[in-house]
Design a protein around this ligand. Structure first.
Ligand SMILES: Nc1ncnc2c1ncn2[C@@H]1O[C@H](COP(=O)(O)OP(=O)(O)OP(=O)(O)O)[C@@H](O)[C@H]1O
Length: 365
């Protein structure tokens, strides 16, 4: 195990920024810490880096207890959102700055510099000052400075958030491929779920200073731990509707009851991803309330007894508002949540069965 965080807490006066967090990262793994603004991601990364002291808990890196060691003794490199380049130094000087401070021999510095410059495509720009470079180039210099340190662990805090969408995509791929090629153990902080889903071997999702789920991207998407995760991951998010709303008189019950016999419908919320709902000849009736055409897909909004659900269909769909359609789904794609605790309930969800249609086809009918 390369990094092990055990019951780490951080209080700033009365603010509990990190409230008892434990997780570990294997060697060569890319772990993404994801969560909304203010959930404690940056604080946690700064604790791991040694830029802030922990209130309690322990941090081990490569088997050594580093909890009370200063940053330089933790054997890590870091990349920040701001790049933190020296404006008066050129690209070459920025990249090798740390090595010079550490008095690495000149021929060793040249050897490493050549490798990093080749990796990142920075040759030809070595004499430029940061101010003369585009955002993407500056980010590469910041990456270069982290890579040249040849530390086994790299920490990154929202390193792509200053870049435009296109550049962000290509830099994201570049970071992943470098991380894999060099076998770096990486912790990457972001609030962007797409970044997390596409880059991570594993995601730790935080909320209010605590871990909500620690899992593979696949499980985050298919088996979210609770409704918060289900709504945080996926665009548009998972449809979550009462299985049998009592007040409004609506009832999503036949699908639910047939799929999960014997359960109390008031206690559960029914969750399904937009792409797992299908428009069919028969099934759950729903009224079309709107449509969003994106080229490759159309998101069709429907209403079932006052509850909105979104159906993702391929290509263009010209369905008018007010049309009554029928929806079907595979039972294995359904997630059920406890209506009170909002946690996903496992025991009543049947095993995923490929190709089996919802036999009910008449929710609330
Ligand atoms: N130096 C500090 N002094 C006091 N409170 C702080 C300090 N740093 C962070 N906090 C508080 O700790 C909580 C977590 O902040 P943190 O910056 O770690 O969240 P975050 O998830 O990284 O958010 P963002 O994505 O907006 O940066 C917030 O309530 C924040 O106000």
């Amino acid at each position: 195990m390369q990094i092990e965080i055990r019951d780490v807490r951080k209080d700033y006066g009365r603010v509990q920024a990190v409230r008892g967090v434990s997780f570990s990262v294997e060697e060569g793994q890319l772990l993404v810490i994801l969560g909304p603004s203010g959930c404690g991601k940056t604080t946690l990364l700064r604790l791991i880096a040694g830029l802030e002291p922990v209130t309690s808990g322990t941090i081990h890196i490569a088997g050594t207890d580093v909890t009370h060691l200063p940053p330089v003794k933790r054997n890590i490199s870091m990349v920040f959102q701001s790049y933190a380049l020296f404006p008066h130094l050129n690209v070459r000087e920025n990249i090798i700055f740390g090595l010079k401070v550490r008095k690495v021999p000149a021929d060793e510095i040249e050897r490493r510099l050549k490798r990093v410059v080749d990796l990142l495509g920075l040759s030809g720009r070595l004499d430029s000052k940061p101010g003369e470079l585009s955002g993407g180039m500056q980010q590469r210099v910041a990456l270069g400075r982290a890579i040249i340190a040849e530390k086994p662990v790299t920490l990154m805090d929202e390193p792509l958030s200053n870049l435009d969408a296109k550049l962000r995509n290509s830099m994201r791929r570049e970071i992943c491929s470098l991380q894999r090629r060099l076998g770096i153990t990486m912790i990457y902080v972001t609030h962007d779920q797409v970044e997390a889903m596409t880059m991570a071997d594993r995601i730790v999702l935080m909320r209010d200073g605590q871990i909500v789920q620690d899992d593979s991207p696949e499980n985050f998407y298919e088996r979210p731990a609770n409704t918060f995760v289900a709504r945080f991951i996926g665009t548009p998010p998972m449809n979550i509707v009462p299985l049998c709303p009592t007040q409004g008189g609506a009832a999503l019950e036949p699908g639910g009851r047939l799929l999960f016999p014997g359960m109390d419908p008031d206690r559960y919320l029914f969750g399904i991803r937009p792409e797992n709902l299908r428009l069919a000849e028969s099934g759950q009736p729903a009224m079309v309330t709107g449509r969003e055409y994106l080229g490759s897909d159309t998101f069709v909004s429907c209403e079932i007894h006052g509850q909105e659900v979104i159906v993702r269909t391929r290509g263009r769909r010209n369905i008018r508002e007010g049309t009554v359609v029928h929806l079907t789904w595979d039972p294995g794609d359904v997630n059920l949540f406890d209506a009170r605790t909002q946690e996903r309930v496992d025991s009543v969800v049947p095993a995923r069965k490929e190709g089996r249609e919802n036999p009910a086809g008449s929710i609330g009918g």
